[in-house]
Design a protein around this ligand. Structure first.
Ligand SMILES: Nc1ncnc2c1ncn2[C@@H]1O[C@H](COP(=O)(O)OP(=O)(O)OP(=O)(O)O)[C@@H](O)[C@H]1O
Length: 804
């Protein structure tokens, strides 16, 4: 029976492969023909239109000929692009046309429908029979959501119910059936087992053939304004997010383009790690950025911004420096909703008083003083919002500048400057004069006419005084170009002194309370104020100040929104502050948001709990518009690693390992650093001999990474890469990496460089250690040159091996 089934399936596969090949062969000449046609049109564009502007009619004709030619070209180019896409997607299908099948009988029908599912649809010549269904079609969701028996799927016209009689998975390589499983309950664990047993890669892979039911709910969520996913380490949050992007692009293909989706990722390495998933699924990549990149862009070059990596490095290493405690309190407070509210109140206070403007100066003269601007600002109707008044102010300043510019033409420096003009500038004035002269010529005909008709003497030719006019124009030109930066400054609202407005918030406690109405302040507020001001005075900004600074800027200047973006994805969402979420919401008013994260990995001080009953995230869009999905099953690591790592968390009872077995984590105790380095190198050699290609030595900080890298090199290791915050991509191999840069990424084996009490001693280091250990897929080794970290001491000895 089984052999017969296998043969039948191989026959169908051969049939579909032949069809695919035939269609590819059919398309190939069309693709290249359209390509040739388009290049031909482009090449001969100007040969085929006769440009004639001698009369209005000829001109019109030329205009339409060009328009027609351009339309023809764009139609051919569009046609070519479409066919090429089809051709590409067929070629993508060819080696492995589908990965699943379901047999479904709709209620009230007798016929069994066989649905084969692949990465894109393929329809037979009759244009009706689907030989392959795209995994994103409504019917394909049956495959992910149901097991045998009663099943249903939702379509735009309603729910279809029926019975699923068969669910089958295939492994197909190069058109050959390699494996076939009939699944019953979940999507065959066999395929998943095989997928998870594979080695780590420097690029993430798509999970399309093994998407799990709870992940499918994330991928296909169509209704939430905000979708929050709280998922354990390795539960497939990032994978599901990328599949979701592909789904959204498919479902809304007529209205949504890839560049209307933006993904905020934790670091540049992660960007390159995930960049191949969507192309693998035949879709274009969405926009990817980090919050840092984004903040830097909006802050411009006037301030130098600390990055989150330097901030965490400070938090982890600067315990003994002065004001450390104040900085920590500052980081926390500036991330809070309370500070957000304080800034909103401050903006209201500024409606009445306290606005600060920079005067407009020109050649060391103050043309318009800050005080004048302020008086003008407060002269506007006080019921107008600050941002509206700023708009009025901007117009007023432009007018003022226009008048001042006119006056400035008579200044003595302008006359002097005329002598230094270069030829080009003269030529420009000359051509302008010439144009005026032409206008004059035209006017001449008119003047002769009117002289005769009205019997009135026209103005003398000599009335047009070239020399005088030339000087006047030259002066205007000089002043205009010197005023250009002033006008640009007004356009960019440079006259608002945001720097001083933000700084004055930190003047003293009483003033802060008065301006913001804030009552609860961090205990060390005076120190926080001092620190913040010192930094601002150096034209630098702490990372925790960046978003509030920009937020205040937006409150005053009016929000600079991006209405193009329809979907915002935030990965490692626990690392963003409530403040930052509020900011993102404001910036992308037309976007839906998907936030994926794990509070167990919240290593930054500004973290947000994603699922807590009073999580600020739940309030962001209101609970009615928010959905929360929890993922508890962890796919990345072996059962042994998950059982061990979950004990590192205080509340991890609901993390469930996927049933894949491997070696227990190994704790290696060593007498000193040199021994540790030697032992590590020999362990790495053994791991490589076992076939593990991607191995990470994870350290707590960047400083420790550098030290580890140097120590290992001294011990003779050559092929180790050091990963720093500047590293944009990584190759397979052995690398040393600080834990916060390894976020979101995974390795075959992870070696924790130093897991002693000296390295991980405090509660706030728990999540760091957890994040580091959960990067391991197959093997986890921890080293210590001293007492074991107290965070490890509570773990039951059965869950690991101990050696020295
Ligand atoms: N349904 C699935 N089928 C196959 N592999 C899966 C599936 N779900 C997750 N995985 C694999 O598990 C690993 C972890 O997935 P992913 O990185 O998406 O998890 P995550 O929740 O974002 O992890 P973390 O929060 O720890 O960064 C990846 O190797 C991914 O391919």
């Amino acid at each position: 029976m089984e052999e017969k089934e296998w043969r039948k399936e191989q026959e169908r596969l051969d049939y579909v492969s032949e069809k695919l090949k035939a269609r590819i062969a059919e398309l190939e000449p069309l693709v290249s023909e359209l390509h040739n046609q388009a290049s031909d049109i482009r090449r001969r564009f100007w040969e085929d239109v006769t440009v004639n502007t001698s009369s209005e009619e000829e001109f019109e004709e030329t205009f339409y000929a060009i328009k027609q030619q351009a339309a023809l070209l764009s139609e051919r180019e569009r046609g070519h692009k479409l066919l090429k896409q089809q051709w590409k997607s067929l070629n993508r299908l060819l080696p492995s046309p589908y990965f699943g099948r379901i047999d479904f009988v709709e209620d009230g029908q007798t016929a069994i429908e066989q649905i084969y599912i692949g990465v894109s649809s393929f329809v037979d010549e009759d244009e009706l029979s689907f030989l392959i269904y795209d995994w994103r079609t409504p019917i394909a969701s049956l495959y992910y959501d149901h097991s045998l028996g009663a099943a249903y799927y939702d379509t735009p016209i309603g729910r279809i119910t029926g019975t699923m009689e068969l669910k089958r998975q295939y492994q197909i390589h190069n058109g050959q059936l390699r494996n076939m499983f009939d699944a019953s309950v979940t999507i065959g664990d066999e395929l998943l087992q095989q997928a998870l047993a594979k080695g780590a890669d420097s690029q993430m892979k798509s999970i399309v053939s093994t998407i799990q039911k709870e992940q499918n709910a994330i991928i296909r969520d169509d209704h939430s304004r905000l979708l929050i996913v709280q998922g354990a380490a390795g539960s497939g949050k990032t994978s599901a997010a990328l599949q979701r992007v592909a789904y959204l692009l498919y479902k809304n293909r007529d209205t949504l383009k890839a560049d209307q989706i933006v993904l905020f990722s934790p670091n540049p390495i992660f960007n390159s790690y995930v960049s191949t998933v969507l192309p693998e699924l035949g879709e274009e990549n969405m926009q990817q950025t980090t919050l840092q990149e984004f903040l830097e862009y909006w802050l411009g070059s006037s301030l130098s911004l600390e990055d989150p990596f330097d901030q965490i490095e400070y938090v982890l290493t600067a315990q003994s420096t002065a004001n450390y405690e104040a900085r920590l309190q500052g980081i926390k407070y500036k991330a809070s909703e309370a500070f957000l509210q304080a800034l909103q109140n401050y903006a209201q206070w500024l409606e009445r008083e306290g606005m600060l403007f920079k005067g407009i100066t020109f050649r060391d003269r103050e043309l318009i003083s800050g005080e004048q601007i302020r008086t003008q600002f407060y002269s506007y109707d006080s019921s107008l919002r600050v941002s509206n008044r700023i708009e009025l102010l901007q117009r007023w300043l432009m007018q003022e500048l226009k008048q001042l510019e006119r006056k400035e033409c008579n200044a003595s420096w302008v006359e002097e400057e005329i002598n230094y003009l270069d030829n080009e500038q003269y030529a420009e004035v000359f051509s302008k004069l010439h144009k005026e002269r032409e206008v004059l010529d035209l006017a001449e005909h008119y003047a002769i006419g009117s002289e005769i008709i009205f019997n009135k003497r026209r103005e003398d030719e000599g009335d047009f005084n070239f020399a005088e006019r030339e000087e006047e124009l030259l002066k205007q030109m000089i002043v205009k170009s010197s005023f250009k930066p002033l006008r640009q400054g007004v356009k960019k609202l440079a006259f608002i002194d945001i720097h001083a407005l933000y700084t004055q918030l930190f003047d003293d406690t009483a003033a802060y309370r008065e301006k913001t109405g804030e009552s609860e302040l961090p205990e060390l507020w005076p120190e926080i104020c001092q620190q913040t001001k010192q930094k601002l005075d150096r034209h630098e900004l702490y990372y925790e100040d960046a978003t509030p600074y920009l937020y205040l800027k937006e409150l005053i200047e009016g929000v600079r929104t991006n209405k193009e973006i329809r979907h915002v994805f935030v990965d490692e969402g626990q690392d963003y502050s409530p403040f930052q979420y509020e900011y993102l919401k404001k910036l992308f008013p037309r976007a839906r948001m998907t936030v994926l994260g794990d509070f167990g990995q919240a290593i930054y001080m500004q973290s947000t709990n994603l699922q807590h009953a009073n999580s600020p995230l739940l309030r962001l869009y209101g609970e009615a518009e928010t959905s929360l999905i929890r993922l508890t099953r962890s796919y990345r690591s072996t059962r042994e690693i998950v059982e061990f790592t979950k004990m590192l968390l205080t509340d991890a009872s609901d993390i469930v390992p996927f049933d894949r077995s491997g070696a227990k984590p190994l704790l290696v105790k060593l007498a000193g650093e040199e021994q540790r380095e030697q032992r590590m190198l020999s362990d790495i050699a053994a791991l490589q001999a076992d076939g593990f290609e991607s191995i990470a030595i994870i350290t707590k900080t960047a400083a420790e990474s550098r030290a580890a890298y140097e120590a290992l090199q001294q011990q003779g290791s050559e092929a180790v890469q050091l990963i720093t915050k500047e590293t944009a991509t990584f190759q397979k191999g052995v690398m040393v990496i600080p834990v916060y840069l390894a976020k979101g990424v995974e390795f075959d084996a992870v070696l924790i460089y130093e897991a002693s009490a000296q390295a991980y001693n405090h509660e706030n280091e728990r999540k760091l250690l957890y994040t580091a250990c959960t990067r391991a897929m197959h093997q986890l080794l921890l080293y210590s040159t001293g007492e074991w970290s107290p965070l490890l001491q509570g773990i039951h000895p059965d869950l690991y091996e101990l050696t020295s």
